[in-house]
Every structure is written in C-alpha cells, then in structure tokens.
Design a protein around this ligand. Structure first.
Ligand SMILES: [Zn+2]
Length: 377
C-alpha cells in the first residue's frame, strides 16, 4: 500500500510536468509553422514584385499547403495562374475556394467572379456565361453584365444581348439605346421581310438619331421593289439623323432616280453639302446632275472649298488632255493614289476598310466608323 501511494505522489507531478512540456512543444511547433506560412507568402510577394511569376507561384503553393485555411493566398494563387494562362489550375483553385464551407458570403462572391474571369480568359464562353449569371444581385453584377454582353455579341446571340443591355440601362450603367438599335438591325438581317420591317421600325423608335435602322429599312423597301417608300424613309431619316447623310446619299440618289423624286433629293443633298461638304454627298449631287459638264463643274466647286485629291481625280477623269494617249496611265496612277483616301477608318483602333462598318471588325466597337472618308477626317 505504501509503495503504491509513493508512486502516485511521484507520478502526478511527473505526469503534470510531462504534459506541460508536451503542450509547450506543440505550441512551439505551431508557432514555427505559422511563422513559416507568412514567410513563404512574403517570399511570393517579393518574387511577384520582381516579376518572377514562376517562383512566386511555387512560394504561394508552399504557403497554401502550410496554411490551407487562408482564402487570401488562394485568391493570389488563382489570379497568378490565370495571368500565366494556366486556366485549368486557376479554375481548380477557385472551385476549391467555392467548395469550402467556411467562406464568408463576400469571399464566395469574389471566388465566383474570379472563376467567371478564368472561363472568360480561357475562351470557355458557355461556362463563363453560367458563372457570370450567378453574379446577379452581387456587387459584381455590373461587371458581370458587361462581360455577358460581350459574350452575347461575340456569339451573335442578339435577343440575349438585348435583354442584357436593357438590364445595364436600367441599372444606370450608361445609355445602351444605340446598341439596342444595332441588335434589332442584326436580328432584322436574318428575319422574314415583314418581321424585319417591324424590327427596324422598333430600332428607329428606340434610337431615332442612329444612322443604321433607317438606311436598312430603305434597303429592305428597295428589295421589295418599293422605291417610293424607300425614298420617303430616307428623306425622313435625313431629317432625324443629319450626321448620317453622307452614308445615305447613295441609296437616296438611287431611290430618287427610281421614283422620279430627283428634285427633292437634290434639295436635301444641296442643303447638307452647304453645311458640311462631304465627298459622298458631292457624288450624290453629281449623279443627279443631268448635264455632264455641269456635273464636272461640281468637282471644281468642291476643290475650291476642300483640297481633295479624290475630287481632283474625278474631275480629271472627264477631262480631255492634250496628250490623250497618256490619259489612261495618268488616270490609273491617280486612282491608285486616291484609293486609300476613300476608305473608312475606325476612330477607336484605326482599322481601315473599303466599306463602312457598323461594328468594327478590328476592335468590335459599335459606331466607331465616322460617316466620312479618310481624306475628309
Ligand atoms: Zn476599331
């Protein structure tokens, strides 16, 4: 009995001391590990600042392994992967974040946004669309809607683009009526004539100052054989959108000749030309002139106002030169020199094209092509 008791008397303090030592050891171990995680984190940051992204990724992976609960490190790592073009790894990091139960609502939304960006950058548009749609009602909604709009435009999904633009309009992100008009015009291009006309009229109502809907409605009416309706549409449109007159000068001239309305067309074109002399309006006026000498005189008149090589070449093409045999070569050289001057140029990216585009094929901007030719810019 005595022997047993002495064991207890000795054993208790020893056990206590051993337990205390063990706990100290554990705490020290933990502190070392905790200190190591930020160390790796700072090392990663340092690499980032030195633009050594590979080493930064390694350091962040180490930090994440040591401290799997931090979300901030995961975000940093995910963004790095995306920037490096390693989309699969970025997606894995962000999906891992989303699957965690301990994440706050704000962090979950942030991870969802980051995931959407991964899919966008990877070009996985259908998955990006799903991810972006989940951001409705979050602080990322505005950005998400803009990204969705870009996706719908790229995939030419005009009904969805229109719906998204309405939401952006309603949320005060800017005026999207001009874009909406384009979406309606795009839908009209693939619709049956009656439906196309309804769509174009809606576009004209939505954005009366937009150049495109009136011009396309007139083209539709011309295709249906109704030159008079086309002419009336263009005359009304010229009044509603005077800046578009250079673009509609040619169809207006054609419709006027087909419907016998040359006088009215001449009046509108002369008026526009007086306000701002445009090459296309000048061409319309010349086309409506019945006397060829009178027509050529218009080029001289234009040259008095604008030093236009294009107008000079046009005037010269009707001129009888002293050395008639060289006329063809001289004219060929001039036409070659003036060709680039009659192009249209995107104001956003500088892309030049022979025809006028409503949406730039270079930078995808809408209405970035002025109604004027390069020489007139
Ligand atoms: Zn452009």
């Amino acid at each position: 009995m005595d022997f047993d008791l002495s064991w207890v008397l000795w054993g208790l303090p020893i056990a206590f001391v051993l337990g205390w030592l063990a706990s100290r050891l554990d705490l020290r171990q933990l502190r070392i590990e905790n200190r190591q995680a930020p160390k790796a984190y700072f090392r990663g940051l340092n690499f980032l600042l030195n633009e050594q992204q590979d080493q930064a990724i390694d350091a962040f992976i180490e930090a994440v392994q040591k401290d799997p609960d931090t979300s901030e490190l995961h975000f940093a790592l995910g963004n790095l992967f995306r920037r490096r073009g390693e989309y699969e790894r970025a997606v894995r990091v962000h999906e891992h974040l989303l699957s965690r139960a301990d994440l706050s609502k704000a962090e979950r939304q942030r991870a969802q946004h980051a995931l959407a960006l991964d899919f966008l950058k990877a070009g996985l548009l259908d998955r990006a669309e799903d991810a972006l749609r989940k951001l409705e009602g979050t602080p990322y909604e505005g950005q998400a809607l803009l990204a969705l709009l870009a996706i719908y435009e790229r995939t030419r999904d005009w009904p969805h683009a229109s719906e998204t633009a309405s939401k952006l309009d309603a949320s005060g992100q800017g005026n999207f009526s001009g874009r909406q008009a384009h979406y309606l015009c795009e839908q009209a291009a693939n619709a049956q004539p009656a439906e196309a006309e309804a769509l174009l009229r809606r576009a004209m109502q939505m954005a009366p100052e937009a150049a495109r809907p009136g011009i396309e409605l007139a083209a539709l009416q011309r295709r249906a054989g109704d030159a008079r309706a086309a002419f009336n549409t263009l005359i009304e449109h010229a009044e509603a959108a005077p800046a578009a007159i250079p673009l509609l000068a040619k169809p207006l001239t054609d419709a006027a000749q087909a419907s016998g309305e040359q006088d009215k067309a001449r009046e509108v074109l002369h008026q526009s030309y007086e306000l701002s002399p445009s090459l296309d309006v000048l061409e319309g006026i010349v086309a409506l002139e019945s006397d060829p000498e009178q027509a050529r005189a218009w080029y001289v008149k234009h040259l008095e106002r604008e030093p236009s090589l294009v107008a000079a070449a046009k005037w010269l093409s009707g001129e009888k030169l002293e050395h008639e045999q060289f006329h063809k070569q001289v004219q060929g050289a001039l036409d070659h020199a003036t060709k680039p001057l009659t192009r249209y140029r995107c104001a956003a990216c500088g892309f030049e094209a022979k025809q006028h585009f409503w949406q730039c094929p270079g930078c995808q901007a809408w209405d970035s092509y002025p109604a004027r030719r390069v020489e007139e810019l």
